[in-house]
Design a protein around this ligand. Structure first.
Ligand SMILES: Cc1cc2nc3c(=O)[nH]c(=O)nc-3n(C[C@H](O)[C@H](O)[C@H](O)COP(=O)(O)O)c2cc1C
Length: 387
């Protein structure tokens, strides 16, 4: 298969590689998928205004997020259950992030355990995504387990108190909470022999596909529950449905490293989070997978930027498919962008080399865009570069 030259090409290869139900789980969103479409449309509505005759012989994408140097302003968003796409799973996420000198934020619904992920990249520490839990014992154990494994930053996802209504999953009879993937709803698995061989080779994924109990699909959570002497069924009570700002406050008091809060779009919430001392806000609508009807994050970014002090890094999440999109977000005050589906498409298409391929494309497109705008470094980007 030829190497795609854009993210859309990786999406197409992922579509061919995966059974329909699995591809739809990645590609789909909630409700009418309006928010997901808007995330893209907002980037398309905004045009560039280049400056010509500038020396752009040297162009650097390097930046810092939460005082950490990164080779480019791209972060790999948390994506759970990606072992279903390819046996490399979240290991591909951390390996590609290390290769590119950027931050991977691994999901608490990972197919691999905390330690398996950090052991894969001993010289490059990823961040860990978690949800706010009312049960302080469980919450605390999750934080200390992440710290002991070597995660250096935490990302608290606050827009998933319940699951969004994902109609493609309903049509495919695919249930994620609890995970219910059966050979029946992975229709046409035999038509995807490479995918089938991959998941069969990786026993943990097969185990996951036959499990029905919530928690059993999450090795990170499952091992915690085991150590807490709890039963998987109790995990239902630990879902973040009852979470409040106190849970963020508690996390800030109990975690001294970089702390990002993901899923904020309302300027008032951004102010509140900043007052509680978060280091970064991920301006995110979960890629449209939760509440359908939220405007595009790119459209909401300026209002959030205006609400919080410059020392709080804003990370834009949702709809990024081009290096040019990242440049536009930086022009409006983001420090970096997260990409979710793009790296998962790369994973499904070609494992770790596919995730690396997606990052290569985004970086090359960013560099070309910046040179054509007449800009040599990300710190030079501002609203004057947008029409
Ligand atoms: C397959 C998949 C699984 C996801 N799992 C999680 C998760 O476990 N935790 C989380 O905070 N966000 C999760 N997300 C949302 C992403 O982190 C991110 O917000 C979203 O994908 C951004 O939109 P984009 O896909 O257009 O880049 C997931 C997204 C996808 C596509």
């Amino acid at each position: 298969m030829s190497r795609p030259y854009n993210v859309a090409g990786y999406r197409e290869q992922a579509r061919r590689a995966l059974p329909k139900a699995i591809f739809d789980f990645v590609d789909g969103a909630a409700g009418d998928e309006w928010t997901m479409r808007e995330n893209r449309a907002a980037f398309e509505r905004r045009a560039f205004l280049p400056s010509v005759l500038r020396d752009v012989s040297e162009c650097s994408l390097a930046t810092t997020v939460c005082n950490r140097e990164m080779a480019s302003p791209i972060m790999l968003a948390p994506a759970g259950l990606v072992g279903m796409m390819h046996p490399d799973g979240e290991r591909a996420q951390v390996l590609a992030a290390r290769e590119h000198g950027v931050i991977a934020v691994t999901s608490s619904a990972s197919t691999y355990s905390f330690e398996e992920l950090t052991d894969a990249v001993p010289d490059h520490r990823p961040w860990f995504q978690l949800y706010p839990y009312k049960d302080r014992g469980f919450y605390g154990e999750m934080v200390s387990r992440a710290a002991n494994a070597g995660f250096t930053g935490l990302c608290l996802t606050v827009d998933a108190s319940v699951s969004g209504k994902r109609e493609r999953d309903l049509a495919n009879h695919l249930s994620v909470r609890p995970l219910r993937v059966t050979w029946g709803n992975v229709t046409g698995a035999a038509r995807h022999p490479r995918w089938l061989a991959g998941v069969l080779r990786e026993r943990r994924i097969v185990a996951r596909m036959s499990t029905e109990a919530l928690g059993q699909d999450r090795p990170t959570l499952r091992s915690l529950l085991r150590s807490a002497g709890d039963s998987a069924a109790n995990l239902v009570e630990l879902l973040p449905r009852q979470s409040t700002w106190e849970d963020l406050e508690w996390l800030r008091d109990n975690w001294s490293g970089p702390l990002a809060v993901k899923g904020i779009v309302n300027p008032e919430d951004a102010r509140h989070a900043a007052r509680l001392g978060v280091d970064a806000i991920v301006v995110s609508n979960h890629g449209g997978r939760q509440l359908d009807g939220i405007p595009a994050t790119f459209d909401l970014l300026p209002r959030v930027r205006g609400a919080v002090d410059e020392h709080v890094d804003l990370i834009l999440d949702g709809g990024v498919r081009r290096g040019a999109d990242i440049v536009k977000a930086l022009c409006l005050g983001a420090s970096a962008c997260m990409v979710g589906r793009p790296w998962v498409y790369g994973l499904a298409a070609a494992g770790v080399s596919g995730v690396n391929g997606v990052l290569d494309i985004l970086e090359e497109e960013m560099a070309t865009t910046m040179a054509l705008l007449g800009v040599r470094s990300v710190s030079e980007l501002g609203s004057s570069h947008l029409a």
